[in-house]
Design a protein around this ligand. Structure first.
Ligand SMILES: [Zn+2]
Length: 119
């Protein structure tokens, strides 16, 4: 189990995961602006335990993906990706005790050329 907190502490979540196996960055229009590194779990393995009323939802383009951030401190906490809304991507930097600058196996998802945008 890992605990996720936004910067101000208003939002907390529990993530049912022991090791972050796949860590990604993404080059899509929103992720490149956020610059965060992310990992993924099934929705059932991600529970907001505090401050769900503080979360703001942001959507754009196809409006399928749900991007959440804390309305107080502005930090991106998690999202449900368009490619699979049954999954939750979360901000690895929001997990206490992890040095996000030490990960060496961060892959880059090509969200700029999203598969669902191809005709
Ligand atoms: Zn906050």
């Amino acid at each position: 189990m890992k605990k996720l907190t936004c910067h101000c502490g208003g939002v907390e979540a529990e993530i049912n995961i022991d090791n972050l196996e796949k860590i990604i960055r993404c080059n899509c229009s929103i992720c490149k602006r956020k610059g965060t590194i992310m990992s993924m779990v099934k929705n059932d393995d991600f529970k907001i335990t505090k401050g769900s009323d503080k979360l703001k939802l942001y959507q754009f383009h196809s409006k399928v993906a749900k991007h959440y951030f804390c309305s107080t401190c502005g930090i991106y906490t998690h999202h449900n990706p368009r490619i699979n809304p049954a999954m939750t991507g979360f901000n690895v930097g929001c997990i206490d005790g992890l040095d996000t600058f030490k990960f060496e196996n961060v892959s880059v998802a090509d969200g700029q050329n999203h598969p669902l945008d191809k005709k």
